[in-house]
Write a protein of this length. Sequence first.
Length: 242
Amino acid sequence: IAAFKQRDPYFSEQQFEDFASTAFFKIQQAWAMRNMSSANAFVSPTLLQRFTAQLDQLKREGRVNRMDNLAVGSVEIVEISNDGGNDYITVKINASAADYTIDEKSGKIVAGSRQPQPFTEYWTFLRSDQVKTKAGGTALESKQCPNCGAPLQVNAIGKCDYCGSEVTSGAFSWVLSEITQASVWRPRAASAPRPETVSPLAGGRYVLGLVQCPQCGANVQDLFGVTREKCWRCGAIVETRQ
Ligand SMILES: [Zn+2]
Ligand SMILES: [Zn+2]
């Protein structure tokens, strides 16, 4: 963190953790409302697309995923890295919620429980390493397009409605690029070879493709260096290709 502050003197750990915590609540709220548009301005287009695809799949099945009584216990920066173009900051979030999925018709719980459970997730944000924190600190949402100055309206592919500028590419401010479950997260190995299929928006974890969950059929990311991943939908352990 000290090294990062040398490059970005106005960066504040506390402010970033507050920002991450606000983003966490807003994104969970958007997810619960089954409409990601309120999170358009601070989620990478790739991740936004994945959220939307997951919500669409649940809708098609007549299911609703609820996150009741969401509470955040702690948010802590655990890793700062750079890939030669973007800076990545990962925060460890300890939270609790009643996470369950209901069938819309019957109202019955088909997965999870109404009992709040603690959980840990690693959220990775990225920003171009050409960008520095402004004197006022890290703002979650700017009110104006950073490119054209129009009132900010970010569409579902991360572009300003007025000028088409890619607001959520990380070229202007921090955007959420990846969420990793505690069971599969590990620090980014600096020496890891980079496969050809590097996704620039995978938060330093390289997405090799998608594998299908054998239990429920959902598409699960195949992450570089990860051999077993928990299915985001049914919780089954999915063996990835490596
Ligand atoms: Zn604009
Ligand atoms: Zn599954």
